[in-house]
Ligand binder design. Sequence first.
Ligand code: ADP
Length: 478
Amino acid sequence: MLAAIIFLVDWLSTLDIAIAVLYVTVILMSEDLVSRRNLMIATLGCGVLTLAAYLLSHVAEWGQGTIWLMPSFGRCLVSFCAIAITGFLALKNKASKEALQRQVHLLNRSEVLLAGAQRLSLTGSIGLKMPGGEMSWSDEARRIFQFDHVVQPTLATMFSRVHPDDVNALKQLIRDAYASQANVDTEFRLLMPDGAFKCLRMLAQQIHDVAGDCEYVGALMDITATKNAEDALHRSQSQLAHVTRVTMLGEMAASIAHEVNQPLSAMTTNAEAGLRWLDREVPDIGEVRSAIERIRGEAHRASEVIRRIRALSRRTDPRHVQIDLHEVLHEAVTLVCRELHRHRVTLDLKPVQGEVAVRGDRVQLQQVIINLMINAMQAMAGMHGKDKTLTVQLSTSNSGNVSLSFQDNGPGISASNLPNLFNPFFTTKPEGMGMGLSICRSIIEAHGGRIWAESELGHGALLNLSLPAIEVSADECN
Ligand code: ADP
């Protein structure tokens, strides 16, 4: 309509001005209303109308060459240029607007996707401006902290949800990270208003905006379910380890009875000798004293054996402290000593000199050692007319690891059985449970170590384990 009006005015008016320039308003108005193609058509149309109006208003000059030399033709050309430039800029502007709209759409789409992904993965995002402490929260982050959507959470409200035992450590960590321009990677707990606990993992990175202001942007993940599952797994692993330990003690019952019985018999013998020295006409107090001292020594020996067996049979949560592996090995060997004797196995113990400090649970490591020794003895049980030797070697390496190896000269392990050895329920024994080595592996891995077997059928088996060594610290008690 507007173009038609401009056309009529341009054609019929006698004013000496470039009326056709007004077509730019038509182009600018169409920019938001029509597609890019139609905008191009409108621009061309305006150009055609400008030319048509010029020609129609100069019908009289048609046929004379002067029609293209008149001043009004100059105005017509100016209008053309204005229309062309406006059309070009409008098209360009429209293309940028469309690109921007596409990006806004993509941004909205990824925001929706991000919100969905955050909801599913229980991961929220937060921003923390430093040193001011202004915060920004994603919906999922608010949901994890159970903040409603009305109030904008601040650093203070965030800390009010953090477990009281973790607040100071978290505050210090943020302060230290800001001071050293480091990223944040931490875990902490929340104590919710209903008394429930949550475990969170937070990863945040420092970024700087154009003004140079620092902001931590990061992800917060609710890892409560994972932690609970891990705890449940540890609980069942330690229960399983306990059950197999008790089973193992059952297998060693005869040896244990012997270990306890020996000092008891020695005590009886010494008590009788002591009484005889007392019953003499002139009691020999010196001999009585030494008999009593021997009784005390044997009682101590018996109570030590019972203490070790009780420790093995008790169900306690693993306690990782600094221990001397040398001592643990020695205690385990004492418990299987009689068993070795019963199986006629010679023990070749090659310990290193001095203390071998590792961090671990004494009972669990003893369980592993006893298990490996019993397996070796059982493997050699079917060998007749041949020396049975079990070589146990404790060594430290330059790589900071402690290794313990158990080499027997039994039948060895076939290449097909070797990969399955540490799988639960893998056994080649008629009465076997197949849990021993699988538990040994989970215990050693929980200690940050590794256990593996090397063997060739007919050439004995070598079971190795390695544990990270630690610096001996005097203040830690084991
Ligand atoms: P179990 O003793 O109940 O069979 P383990 O997990 O302790 O369960 O052992 C799994 C299997 O590994 C054994 O059945 C045996 O075949 C093999 N094995 C373990 N140690 C040795 C060894 N020293 N020599 C030969 N075979 C072994």
